[in-house]
Design a protein around this ligand. Sequence first.
Ligand SMILES: O=C(O)C1=C[C@@H](OP(=O)(O)O)[C@@H](O)[C@H](O)C1
Ligand SMILES: C=C(OP(=O)(O)O)C(=O)O
Length: 411
Amino acid sequence: MNVTITPTLLHGSVTPPPSKSQAHRLLLAAALADGTSALANVAFSQDIQATVRCLEALGAAVRQEGDRLAVTGLAGQTVSGKELPELDCGESGSTLRFLIPVALAVRGGGVFTGHGRLMERPQEPYFDIFREKGISYEQQDGTLTVKGQLTSGVYTLPGNVSSQFVTGLLYALPLLPGDSEIHLTTPLESADYVYMTMDALAQFGVAVEYDGERIFRVPGNQTGHPAAMTVEADWSNAAFWYAAAYLDSKLDIRGLNYQSAQGDACIGRLYWTLAKPGEAEIDVSGCPDLVPPLAAMAALRGVGQVTRLVNAARLRIKESDRLATVTEVLTALGAEVEEHADHLVITGKDSLPGGVTVSGHNDHRIAMMAAIAATNCAAPVTITGAECVRKSYPSFWDEYVRLGGQITVSE
Ligand SMILES: O=C(O)C1=C[C@@H](OP(=O)(O)O)[C@@H](O)[C@H](O)C1
Ligand SMILES: C=C(OP(=O)(O)O)C(=O)O
């Protein structure tokens, strides 16, 4: 699907969709608990559909009524069958990395498949652990099979490849009979995502400890208890509407929790950082998903205003190489962006020429960035593969139109 945008500012009120990261976490905790949990305000983005499908494949029962889910957890159930479960993770890195250790703990392994770029995204921190612990793994033709007995003990891994490995272990290790520890060999990046994990586990009565530096202590033998939870609005996707507002759209962004555990809530603070004149440097190691909206803001910050988005190496291993795709798309629109190995330097302008076709790179956050930057372009912008927003925000284009955005859709 191609979307052609005739540039116009947006106006009106908008409530961001339910948080994808929080929904993944609550679903996992519910699926491992010893009873039926009630989750409200769940949106069925492709990534959440992937997590639901995989949890069902592991043996949890999920019943849907509108945006509510009743999830009956696995704890205490005897899962029949010796076959390894088949887990189709779609394009969701969270689903894959959260469920690899969980599948080992509850089913002795699994056969994981993925689409798009998913199976090319790194899993080495797990593979290194598996070699040390005698768990077999084999990756070929887009399928990853893991098999073995996960045992309690010390798990050593880097903290700067993806926090998703730590989250996966924090779900799996409490299920084992003995106590475990996670030792990080490098500082933890995206730390707020791990705090969000600990928060979700705590809601279901599972306790883990973090020293704030390199060590997690995870008591074993923990069974979570069911809970009733409502998924918060998504700060990572709210950031695109913040970017639109920064670029002069008149938006009332509603429904957000300002005390949220979502690290991307810092977009509120970063908005004001970019509103001040002068060179700005933003360390994005804790909030990598904000780079596309921040880059759109920086590109239109005002003539000659320099913004540096630093500590961004991990952006290269997302749905696309986001340092390359942010640079390519914004440059095509007429922005001034320098791509470096682990950072971007963006020099602001007052408006962009547009008048081009750009690829969404099968990356929801790149397509949404282009849509927001297009509000400040002089000539129409076409985004190819625009349906990729479904990964986290299926209603994005409907909302864009509802807010006055002018688009035409073609195949
Ligand atoms: O745990 C999560 O929900 C996520 C963690 C982050 O990944 P990294 O920890 O790999 O940076 C983030 O980019 C991703 O969109 C969601
Ligand atoms: C990187 C993302 O998700 P995941 O790693 O779960 O695929 C994202 O939503 O931007």
